[in-house]
Write a protein that binds this ligand. Structure first.
Ligand SMILES: [Zn+2]
Length: 272
């Protein structure tokens, strides 16, 4: 699992340290990005009773959180393949109660895209009528997989992988793919390159690695480096990768999602 970048974490914990907090956030990041760790760091920073910079890591609250037994940090994770209505209702009941050990309760919903539409509609009530300064953190690979009504009630924070983090087994493949794309590689060549990616998990990993490569290229392009791809082109390619990720999230066949992505990338590349 990749750590999320220092900049992302700072963005996340800054309001926590300063006291101005919203009641609901979506933390969006690739499958390989450690969103849970980022959410826990946020929760620790909010609950921390030690000296700044928070989380201090040594106060009683930080230590409890670190050991996973802070009474006011709640987790909602999938049961089987999805997060159902009953689970969501249980969480809401807790959120209506009082915090035990601090000023507010923080609920972390991992893989929020696994919430059934019914669960999301249930949760909406909590987001519309937040109680007692409680905070809900929705972790997801892609915010657009959540209901629009949910999205509109949350602040969206995009978590980037830490620069230089190794995105797993597909780093090399992605590092090979991007220059070939930039050099005007043919469809069959690019398609053959990703031929080994047939499983859903592998496809997610590959897209993580691909996005990381593209973001590196973007940083270089923004820094004035002369590369084969212009900034606008790279942004389009990232959009194509994100679209493929959404497609996979919606159950699209892996081969089809990647094929479509490559065709879109090739058609976009020299669009200006
Ligand atoms: Zn602390």
């Amino acid at each position: 699992m990749l750590p999320c970048s220092a900049a992302s974490l700072k963005r996340l914990t800054a309001p926590a340290a300063g006291g101005k907090l919203f009641h609901a956030y979506i933390l969006e990041g690739g499958r390989g990005v450690d969103k849970l760790r980022a959410a826990e760091t946020f929760a620790k920073a909010v609950h921390c009773v030690g000296a700044a910079p928070r989380p201090c890591g040594i106060c009683s609250s930080c230590v409890r959180a670190e050991h996973g037994n802070h009474a006011d940090i709640l987790y909602l994770t999938r049961d089987g393949n999805s997060i159902g209505v009953k689970q969501t209702e249980d969480l809401q009941a807790r959120l209506r109660g009082k915090p035990f050990a601090s000023a507010r309760i923080i609920a972390i919903v991992d893989e929020a895209e696994r919430m059934t539409p019914q669960s999301q509609n249930k949760l909406l009530k909590t987001l519309e009528e937040p109680c007692g300064g409680n905070i809900v953190l929705l972790l997801t690979v892609n915010a657009s997989l959540l209901l629009k009504t949910i999205q509109s009630r949350c602040i969206l924070l995009r978590l980037a992988p830490a620069p230089g983090a190794k995105p797993g087994a597909f780093a090399e493949l992605a590092a090979d793919f991007v220059p070939k794309l930039a050099a005007g590689g043919a469809y069959y060549e690019l398609s053959r390159l990703v031929g080994a990616v047939t499983e859903r998990d592998a496809a997610d990993d590959f897209l993580d690695a691909l996005e990381l490569c593209l973001r590196d290229a973007l940083v270089a392009a923004c820094g004035g480096a002369r590369g084969a791809l212009a900034r606008a082109d790279i942004l389009r390619l990232i959009d194509c990768a994100e679209e493929a990720r959404r497609g996979l999230g919606n159950g699209l066949n892996v081969k089809y999602a990647l094929k479509t992505m490559i065709l879109k990338m090739l058609s976009h590349r020299f669009g200006g």
